[in-house]
Write a protein that binds this ligand. Sequence first.
Ligand SMILES: Cc1cc2nc3c(=O)[nH]c(=O)nc-3n(C[C@H](O)[C@H](O)[C@H](O)COP(=O)(O)OP(=O)(O)OC[C@H]3O[C@@H](n4cnc5c(N)ncnc54)[C@H](O)[C@@H]3O)c2cc1C
Length: 445
Amino acid sequence: MDQFTQTVERRQCDVLVIGGGPAGSTVAPLLAEKGYKVVMLEKARHPRFHIGESLLPANLPLFERLGVADEVKAIGMEKWGAEFVSMFHDNTSQVFHFSEAWNKSMPYAYQVKRDEFDTVLIRNAARKGVEVHEGCKAKTIDFLPDNSVAIRAAHDDGHETEWQARFVVDASGRDTFLANRFRIKHRNPKHNSSAIYGHFRNARRHDGQAEGNITIFWFEHGWFWFIPMMNDVTSIGMVTWPYYMKTKGERSLEQFLRDGIAMCPALAERLKDSELINEVEATGNFSYVSDRNHGANYLLLGDAYAFIDPVFSSGVLLAMNSGLIGAEAIDTCLRDPAHAPAALKRFDTLMKHGPKEFSWFIYRVTNPIMRDFFMYPKNIFRVKEALLSVLAGDIFGKTPIWRSIWMFKFLYYFANLIQPKRAFMGWRRRRFNIRRVDDPAMDPV
Ligand SMILES: Cc1cc2nc3c(=O)[nH]c(=O)nc-3n(C[C@H](O)[C@H](O)[C@H](O)COP(=O)(O)OP(=O)(O)OC[C@H]3O[C@@H](n4cnc5c(N)ncnc54)[C@H](O)[C@@H]3O)c2cc1C
């Protein structure tokens, strides 16, 4: 059929979800279980590569809720702790065990290859009654006068379908389908970094239960992740600032990554017998937030709303949690419209809570004073337990960590007051992306 004879198929549903990543594959089955006719569009076909492989202990109750706990266990490498290695502290390391967090009932998480993990989630959505269309990209959206929404999508065989839905969910990840159309997405002015990453075989891991620990290595121009996964695949990523990205020049991404690794001796040692097994990729300028996350008949979930730096492995948790709270809000909007404003307000508050709490730490994690706090943690006023709870993602429940988190922040600000020069240099570097070599007073090793 040519473009003049092609007909557009027209269909109806209660909720249309754009994107079949963790956010979409969480909200969709939860709504299908409540009896709604849910359609989910995914432009790719699973399994497909995605970055974001280290999960948090707080993900596990969500797997139980979705009924995928055993399937995730089968593909996941157990992660019992997070290790920080600092070249600014003689390459010493500090390990945070999740079992020592405030709530001792969430002692581990998983690390997963996202092609496998996302496939588990999207197949589960289909099993729960969601009509899933893979290889189907949402193209246009119209908000109609009768309060319904028309979404036109192109299937990869060329034909098109237009769905008319009572509610639409944008779970399109970093494509930010709705935020782009509304022009409400803003790069985060306080934090601007890029990542270069690849998968390696035969990286040296720790023994026993520590084998699956994530390691964060600080280095001169940012930090690296070392994420062990099943079948001897280890994900390595370099997260760095724009001034350093600009030094890449003609080098390939692989060479740039390898040169970065060479600058971090503790990581280089763990990779010395390893081999790269996929193509190195990069994601630039990656933190952003949208002005709003909802309207009367739409929600923005997960990365489609906001993206924060991945140093604390929070992205999948925030995406899945947004699916959980999104399903509650949509159910109220469709079933009990009189309570829709209150439900959407609650959704908004919860959506902002995660990025806000993690961001306070993210903005400071490459600051020399914060590095000291991580490398020499003290548990006065239970601040270490509270910090561990944040690292475990235990920030949405009833665990009473907040007084100790305030105390942590107070101690941090106090340390800044008594070391004003280091504090100023650290702030200036983060705010203005200034190279460390220009700041000899920073990071005295
Ligand atoms: C460098 C980097 C490292 C990261 N590391 C971690 C980590 O260790 N741990 C962690 O938890 N998180 C990490 N993240 C974050 C994590 O990847 C995301 O937060 C998470 O995948 C968000 O899930 P989502 O469902 O919102 O979006 P996605 O997982 O991106 O899913 C969105 C889906 O929508 C589909 N889509 C897009 N547009 C359309 C369209 N128009 N029509 C149909 N389908 C569409 C896409 O194909 C995709 O499958 C990292 C991110 C980056 C960039």
